[in-house]
Design a protein around this ligand. Structure first.
Ligand code: PLP
Length: 820
């Protein structure tokens, strides 16, 4: 259905008039960036009508609202996605062609709003798309980082980080809303004042610094339903001009400090994925956006409702990982200090309003703030956390009298640290993991004590992805093919895609499917040629690992295996290898040296392998620079093989794995995260599973017994590959360059623990699984069948399904319909 509110001629006029009024140019004179801006403003005009209509409907129906609180929203480009969800993509494409422009080229002018690191931030973006599409009233709340995730350049094989000034040309889809500004206070001290008239102590924060939080709203367009929700990201401004009380008047030092605070707080996204760095500014960012968001949410609630006790029936705050956990204490502060509720009432409301999603079990990712830092920065919030802790410990003692071990393991404040996960669990009515295996590990191991004490809070919500961006937009050829076979319903109900199963054995369907894959491989090959200057063979197997660079994700295992294959080719030129292109894409956190060295290794192997004429181009290695949402769409569409090879138990869910599956790639992976459920859906015959199980990994971790030297000493292939890390095969000018990686894999003097990612334990079973991949690919019909079955079995992994489960089991939202 073509958009009702869209008129092609009006749209063309709107683009022309935007170019004129924004830039004083005609469309012939405008730059491509200016055309992008003008088109986007014209689209925003259409969106605004629906945005207003949605708000009106929400006002009328007063549905329950979920606030999805997240430090990260990895939105990707908006223009194309908005057009698709408005069902106006085709018409706008035509309109622009009539004006002499190519919509794809215009889309490429949009900066990629990269306000997130990876999976967690992208999940938040998929959830917003699904919430709007399913007709639920939801706000995303986050930070308007001036610099999002850095741009990655590869120079001499090394990663270089370049600042991403995504706002430099202005971002057309955002709307500044100064009328909703909020003050956020830091530091100072708390004075306790007894008020005889109420008999209560009042807590007054004094001598603080504050900033003004200014919201910018971005529209979240539902698919074909006229619903537009809001992603509200907060910017900060100095507050000097009006907030200083008489005591502070003329305090120049303080004015400058406040100005600096305001400037720094939203400057940059911390580029750590699954890693806690403990930086003071990060805690400031957390409290900044949470305080502003919770203040705004309570204010909005109070406009419609007289009784604050009703809050839990109208609002849920969903915490995306522990980063927004100060929500629990901030809501308590508002309820106790401002709404003057009793502690018990406030706690009852808070613990029926907050819900927490756990995203990782890795120790290095758990947030623990030193109490000195926490109390200095957030003195009132710290007092509240202390009181929450005091009462929580009493509860633990009542349940487990005299058990000090429980206190040690579960306290919110212990050993001089505030443990954010413990605060989140104590303050929430729901605690969920993000894949079945992950939730089981939480319940049985990581959070066992909490689960035993409050089992009713724990539940699983397996992650999902939006098929609208990652199939409809990212892979239009396959999307059309799917629609041709089963109709359009899959766009809003991905379970329908299972209807494709009947085509898995159909020779014509198989050929068409593989031809589409081939076209997508050509598109990616062109991208690689343009961006990397490397020619790849689109008939080779495209074997892809794209995700953040992290030791637990084991890009190192992948590249070691490439080295092993290369050695085999050199040793046995007579053997018949099926041509393979190994494609990597990954950003490493700027301070993560080992991860950066792995990038250098991948590029060094690429240099040698790609330039060795003796292997006749049968093996190519490509590192795609600056992996991000926009090129991810092209990459998923073109993949034959999806590398999901994390150490079992370490990847909470993964969502890249689902995007590959949706696009018909076959998974080679460990039984980790959502891979378990992917294999369950598609069947073990249509995936390549290898490696230690999570139980085996956990057993090694608890009882020891992993000896990498065993593999080194007994397996010549492994030894050979490892020796190549230190003999200059891939680094002739500096043979020691990869010594740290060598050490990390073995139990050597310089690393006290053997490789905690068990790389060598899994090496041979990985190599064997890769042999099976090659054998399977040689049977083109068999491969096509498996590929179709992967797409056809991906229905469960729609974020629409995930969101409906959150709604049914945690949020209990009301569906809203916006009429014409
Ligand atoms: N980064 C980007 C740009 C993505 O699109 C995805 C996909 O979900 C991720 C990171 C997360 O990937 P993975 O789940 O493989 O870690």
């Amino acid at each position: 259905m073509i958009s009702k509110q869209f008129d092609k001629e009006t749209f063309k006029e709107s683009v022309k008039s935007n170019v004129r009024s924004l830039y004083r140019k005609t469309i012939d004179e405008a730059t491509p960036q200016q055309i992008f801006q003008a088109v986007s403003y014209a689209v925003k005009d259409v969106i605004i009508d629906n945005w207003l209509k949605s708000q009106k409907q929400f006002d009328k129906e007063d549905p329950k609202i979920v606030y999805y609180l997240s430090m990260e929203f990895l939105m990707g480009r908006a223009l194309g996605n908005n057009l698709l969800n408005l069902t106006a993509y085709g018409e706008v494409k035509e309109a622009l062609e009539e004006l002499g422009f190519d919509l794809n080229a215009i889309e490429d002018e949009e900066p990629d709003p990269a306000l997130g690191n990876g999976g967690l931030g992208r999940l938040a973006a998929c959830f917003l798309d699904s919430l709007a599409t399913l007709g639920y009233c939801a706000y995303g709340c986050g930070i308007r980082y001036h610099y999002g995730m850095f741009k990655q350049e590869i120079k001499d094989g090394y990663q270089i980080e370049v600042p991403d000034a995504w706002l430099k040309d202005g971002y057309p889809f955002e709307l500044r809303r100064p009328e909703y500004a909020k003050e956020v206070k830091f530091g100072g001290h708390v004075r306790v004042v007894y008020d005889p008239s109420t008999g209560r102590n009042e807590f007054v924060q004094e001598d603080y610094q504050s900033v003004r939080a200014i919201p910018y709203d971005l529209p979240i367009v539902g698919y074909n339903n006229q619903i537009v929700n809001t992603l509200r990201i907060w910017d900060s401004e100095a507050i000097n001009d009006f907030q200083l009380d008489s005591f502070d008047k003329g305090d120049y030092r303080k004015a400058v400090e406040q100005e600096n605070l305001a400037r720094n707080i939203v400057e940059v996204l911390y580029p750590n994925d699954n890693h806690y760095a403990g930086k003071e500014l990060r805690l400031k960012q957390q409290y900044f956006f949470i305080s502003a968001s919770i203040q705004a949410a309570v204010e909005k609630f109070k406009k419609k409702h007289g009784d604050i006790h009703e809050l839990p029936s109208k609002v849920t705050f969903q915490l995306n990982d522990t980063h927004p956990t100060v929500t629990v204490a901030e809501l308590m502060r508002i309820l106790v200090d401002e709404e003057k509720l009793s502690w018990e009432d406030a706690w009852d409301i808070t613990t029926r309003t907050c819900a927490y999603t756990n995203h990782t079990i890795m120790a290095e990712a758990l947030e623990k703030w030193p109490i000195e830092l926490f109390s200095r920065l957030l003195p009132r919030i710290y007092q509240i956390v202390e009181e929450i802790n005091r009462r929580f410990l009493i509860q633990i003692q009542q349940m487990y009298p005299g058990n000090q071990e429980k206190i040690k393991k579960m306290a919110i404040i212990y050993d001089g640290q505030v443990k954010m996960a413990h605060l989140a669990i104590a303050g929430s009515y729901s605690v969920n993991g993000v894949a079945r295996l992950h939730t089981e590990i939480l319940k049985n191991k990581e959070l066992k004590d909490f689960y035993e004490m409050m089992p009713q809070k724990f539940n699983n919500k397996t992650n999902g992805i939006t098929q609208r961006r990652f199939l409809l937009h990212g892979n239009p050829l396959l999307a059309d093919w799917v629609t041709k076979h089963i109709g359009r319903d899959w766009i809003t109900d991905l379970s329908q895609i299972s209807k494709l199963k009947i085509y898995a054995d159909d020779e014509k369907a198989q050929q068409e499917f593989m031809n589409i894959k081939y076209q997508n491989k050509l598109r990616l090959a062109k991208y690689i040629q343009e961006h990397n200057g490397i020619e790849v063979d689109p008939r080779s197997i495209f074997d892809v690992q794209v995700k953040r660079l992290h030791e637990y994700k084991r890009q190192l295992l992948n590249i070691l295996h490439v080295m092993y294959l290369y050695n085999k080719m050199k040793e046995h030129p007579e053997l018949d290898f099926y041509p393979r292109t190994f494609i990597f894409g990954a950003k490493a956190s700027a301070g993560y040296h080992r991860a950066k060295l792995i990038i250098k290794l991948i590029n060094s192997v690429a240099d040698v392998v790609n330039n060795d004429a003796s292997i006749k181009g049968k093996l190519k290695v490509v590192f795609i620079e600056n992996y991000r949402v926009s090129n991810a769409e092209i990459i998923f569409a073109a993949a034959d093989v999806s590398e999901q090879i994390s150490t079992a138990s370490k990847e909470a869910s993964g969502t890249g794995n689902m995007k590959f599956m949706l696009n018909g790639a076959l998974t080679i992976g460990t039984m980790d995260g959502a891979n378990v459920e992917i294999v369950e859906e598609v069947g073990a015959d249509n995936a390549f599973i290898f490696g230690l199980s999570s139980d085996e990994v956990i057993n090694f971790e608890q009882n020891g017994g992993y000896d990498p030297n065993f593999y080194f000493n007994t397996d010549p292939d492994i030894r050979n590959v490892l020796m190549q890390l230190i003999n200059g095969t891939f680094s002739p000018k500096d043979p020691e360059r990869f010594r740290d990686l060598y050490n990390s894999l073995l139990n050597t003097k310089s690393s006290d623990k053997p490789d905690t990612y068990f790389t060598l334990a899994d090496f041979k079973s990985y190599a064997k699984a890769q042999e099976q991949v090659e054998a399977a690919y040689r049977d083109q019909r068999g491969w096509a069948k498996s590929a179709i079955l992967n797409t056809a079995s991906s229905g469960k992994f729609s974020s629409d399904r995930t969101i409906q489960e959150y709604v049914d089991e945690i949020w209990h939202l009301d569906k809203v319909v916006v009429e014409d």
